[in-house]
Design a protein around this ligand. Structure first.
Ligand SMILES: *Cc1c(COP(=O)(O)O)cnc(C)c1O
Length: 395
């Protein structure tokens, strides 16, 4: 083959790498009123926890996702930790997740003293494979009066934590069906999936709203950013009230009395960060449209390579295309990893900072002894996937 992949990337995003390296996803504030809103925050000196912009941002999140409740917090990791705690995950419990995710997903489980139990993915969405999940539970799990237990480790399996990888919605309805059969709760890691939806009969349901709680991240590289930040979204009023309570030191509301009725956290998003988020969520629809156009442009450009495909949404879902993912599909699979490595070297030398898939989580030192099912699909996919620059402002 004579085409150059790096040249093709440049055909799509232009050649600004000459002046400055191009990252995978960068914040963009120029088309927003962020400066006005943040100035307002500074003028009122109301820059810290709670405040008008937090409320406005949360209500905009509800409007955009269709969630009944949104609770803004410090970051996505904290959102996951709090959500799992609210769903009853206790120290020494197991939580089922796939090994393809940013490390924060597994860390949030560990922060509660619980243990990630790894299950395989499906190639298409890179999310938990319903088939593998069902097989794993049938093999290791046992239903008892006080919950579902791992027969081999003796530990309780208290939640399933699907991730919507790169904004591609996982097969959540199939996963939910299995979870319901076993009576295990679902917390969704929708950190990368703001704007991604599943099709349900005649309407769409936003990622994060099929289980008990969904978690979003507004880290600097996500679709919108609050500098650092995250949120829980849910339709469950009780969980929402407890999330708000526990994220604000479990203080019982009173004008002067500092009475706290349990051990809480200080997880709240500061007002000044929420102002930044509000400015971008006003532009989100447009931004998602542009990201989709960028994906389509990449897809057309890459049609000429017969050993490459771009990973696209299933027909029953809408992806926000947070990070466009390229997959090598060489007949000889040994070739895939070679292609990835040489492309990484070439693109980095030319200022386009492509990135391979994260290291599979069960290969990291702190998770190498964790319980797991057969992970052969994840292990196969790891060696042939790479992300392309995906900021909407590149178009
Ligand atoms: C970004 C991310 C997180 C963590 O979010 P932070 O805001 O960085 O703490 C969790 N899970 C996934 C899949 C992510 O991409």
């Amino acid at each position: 083959m004579d085409f150059s992949i790096v040249e093709s990337i440049k055909n799509v995003i232009g050649d600004s790498s000459v002046s400055k390296p191009i990252c995978l996803h960068e914040p963009y504030l120029k088309d927003t009123k962020a400066l006005d809103y943040v100035s307002n925050c500074i003028e009122t000196a109301w820059v810290s926890s709670s405040g008008e912009w937090v409320e406005k941002f949360e209500s905009k999140l509800c409007e955009f996702t269709g969630a009944e409740y949104a609770i803004a917090v410090n970051n996505g990791t904290v959102a996951l930790r709090l959500a799992l705690h609210l769903c009853g995950v206790q120290p020494n419990d197991e939580v089922i997740m796939s090994p393809i995710s940013f490390v924060a997903t597994a860390n949030a489980i560990s922060h509660l003293g619980a243990i990630p139990h790894f299950v395989d993915v499906e190639s298409f969405s890179l999310g938990i494979s319903p088939k593998a999940l069902s097989k794993l539970l049938n093999e290791v799990a046992e239903k008892r009066s006080d919950g579902v237990f791992n027969k081999y480790t003796g530990r309780k399996i208290s939640a399933i934590l699907p991730v919507h990888v790169f904004g591609l919605p996982a097969d959540i309805f199939s996963i939910k069906k299995i979870a319901d059969e076993w009576d295990i709760q679902i917390v969704e890691d929708a950190a990368e999936a703001l704007g991604s939806r599943h099709k349900r009969k005649n309407d769409f349901i936003h990622c994060g709203l099929s289980g008990q709680i969904g978690c979003l991240s507004f880290n600097g590289n996500k679709v919108i950013t609050t500098g650092g930040g995250g949120a829980l979204i849910t339709n469950n009023k009780k969980l929402a009230i407890r999330a708000r309570h526990l994220s604000s030191t479990a203080k019982v509301k009173h004008k002067w009395d500092f009475y706290h009725d349990e051990i809480g956290w200080n997880d709240r998003m500061p007002n000044i960060n929420a102002a930044l988020g509000f400015a971008q969520i006003e532009k989100l629809e447009n931004r998602l449209k542009t990201k989709r156009e960028l994906f389509i442009k990449y897809q057309k450009e890459f049609e000429k390579f017969n050993n490459i495909e771009l990973i696209f949404e299933t027909k029953n879902s809408i992806s926000n295309y947070w990070l466009v993912a390229l997959r090598f599909i060489n007949e000889k699979s040994e070739l895939n990893n070679k292609c990835i490595n040489s492309l990484l070297r070439e693109s980095h030398a030319k200022g386009i900072l492509l990135r391979p898939l994260w290291r599979l989580l069960h290969t990291l030192p702190m998770y190498s002894d964790n319980p797991r099912g057969n992970l052969s699909i994840a292990e196969f996919e790891e060696k042939r996937i790479l992300n392309l620059p995906s900021s909407p402002q590149l178009l």
